[in-house]
Design a protein around this ligand. Sequence first.
Ligand code: BGC
Length: 768
Amino acid sequence: MSWIVREEGFDPQRITNHGSKFMTGNGYMGYRGTLEEFSKEQLTAVTLAGVYDQIGTKWREPVNAPNGLRTRLFADGAELSVLNSAVEKHVQELDIARGVHARETVYLTEDGARVTFRSERFVSMDQLHLIANRFTIHSDKDVRLTLETGIDGGVWDINGPHLKEAAYTSYEGTLTAAASTQELGIRVAVAECLAGPQEGQEEIAATEDGIIHRILLTLQAGSTYEWVKYVSVYTSLDDAEDALEAAVSSSRSALNTGYDALLQSHEEVWEQHWALSDVEIEGDDEAQHALRFSIYQLLIIAPAASEKVSIPARGLSGQVYKGAVFWDTEMFMLPFFLYTQPEIARNIMMYRKHTLDGARRKAAEYGYNGAYYAWESQDSGDDACTLFNITDVFTGRPMRTYFRDKQIHISADVAHGIWEYYKLTGDTGFLIDGGAEVIWECARFFYAYAGYYPLKRRYELLDVTGPDEYHERVHNNAFTNYMARHTLRVAVQMMDELEQQAPELYAKLAGEREGTPGLQEIREIAEQLYVPQPDAQTGVIEQFDRYFQLEDPSLQELKARILQPNEYLGGGNGIATTTQIIKQADVVLLMHLFKDEFAPEIKKANWEFYEPRTEHGSSLSPCVYALVASDIGMPDWAYPYFKRTATIDLTGDSKQYVGDLYIGGTHPAANGGAWMAAVLGFGGLQADEREVRLNPALPSEWSALGFKIRVRGQAFDIRITREDVRITSPAGNASEQPFRVEGRETLVRPGQSVTVSLKGLAPAGGSH
Ligand code: BGC
């Protein structure tokens, strides 16, 4: 049961939520979990990774391709649709083990016939341009059926229409749609081949916004009819001479291969994904289901085949948040990929190399050296974040926000992601291919941003916004300062390593450039950058200078001041701005990231102080509280936060609007947070270049937790129970790996399974 997401009955209120919950995709494109008869009003979207468009001064956002799956049915002239027909039964289902979406609807026609319509589709994980969709229909009485299926160009757009000069044609039975984006003239092409139904009279017809096959057939009582659509999408950004020709030939070759064989190859890729990335929870089916669902959501948006795209904040579930990549990717999604599929992690981090020039442009725009990464990054790395990002619900005016200008921690988050990748993989080639340059440029940026205060004898970072966006333009945000220092230290360590391993690159980076810092300066600031310390009495780190002097209402008191449900709590007039109520994990995230630098009592003090003051206005927040609670040995405090993060896209219980801005869609950072909360939190996993550490703390509901990791090119299976931890190193591994389980060291050799007791017994090893 844990592999199936299922909803019975049709509720028009849940169309948008189901669009996200039943998503399918393959990293090249995402197909929302909408039904075949739906159109743009129901937010049907085929969102293309890395294809963006802007019209005039409207927000730049990803492009949705024409929908090649649109299918409408008419029984004796009346449309059969969940939106307006008599429905006896309706089921929507997603099989997350193999990425297959299905729906079954039983309609009652005006003549009293019971028509059962089934559709099953998948966005191929094997052929990234392909979607296949198989339909069956059955009636208990004779019915005159009109089937209209083809390509619908009326796609959902927030700031569109993005496609111009759309041309719909049919060529030897293949339907096509081709259009160009407005801004860059990117060609977007869709082709559809239809196999079946076996009977009926067919014509090809133009519609207002597309092209369809119109097939008239009589459904004979008791017989089942079947047809299959093979839909391909290509753009001129793909590696193909002509996008339209490529789409046509892909659909035709799929037609020749046939649905079952295509499904099988698709399933094989899914099987490989799960073999690498599954996590097993024993004793808690609900958590198991939610966690697998979260992992599924990450896998369908993973850029497995391209290093030119990364993962947007709403995945491929539409155009929300401008389809932009935020710090979410490095800080909340990367760990999952890093530990289970490092090749994908490499692509994600290479994206930052490909967008380095955009980051340099942004730094220069604000008068700094180095790389200041886009808060909202798209194809070029220029910042898609606008200066007025939220509308004031009271005045209807856009509000000046400082996400773009002041969230300088983004450059540190990028550098952190690169270094984590390097530490866990030892992939020096990646540093040489661009990783080192990115880190170095981020370090140079912080050098440029920081100011030296001679009386205090230290560097500081003033006028910044930390993760807690409700407090903008603050001084010395602890998270930012620690992260910046980390970047500077990493840059120094990296340069020391490069000097030995890649002297040419070292010389290039370290080379004197007029007016820019060299290694000596970076070394100096790395040690002299101020990082706020825990208060001597309470152990609490002040989130930023003078934060403790703000008003300290309870969250409940603050919420009682809300006048309009969607009002923004931060910004100039926000009710949280002058208080200690924060939007999301900030200092507590620091406790997680630098867990070895803070004593357990400091982590606990900060968790206890900030937890009641956190509004969790961002879906990124709960998982962090889960992580730190597990780390301080309070897994039962962590558990509700884990559940909240793991179920966010199942329940649909998340903020849908900020101001008048629709922010719904999937939440990949929370999905990645669910994996982190389970494996890094409850599993207590932590790894670096030297060893893998496990300090488990299972919540009381769980009897066992099993997961797989890959560290430095080797795979390991871990199984944690209340009694012990079993580590298996498959025979295919090349060398022994040091582990440390609750402080006890153990070496695990290839082909060996080692069990370490958690009851204070000596490690019990054994080969198998
Ligand atoms: C959060 C940011 C996050 C963004 C995209 C905002 O609400 O405060 O931290 O990067 O959403 O998920």
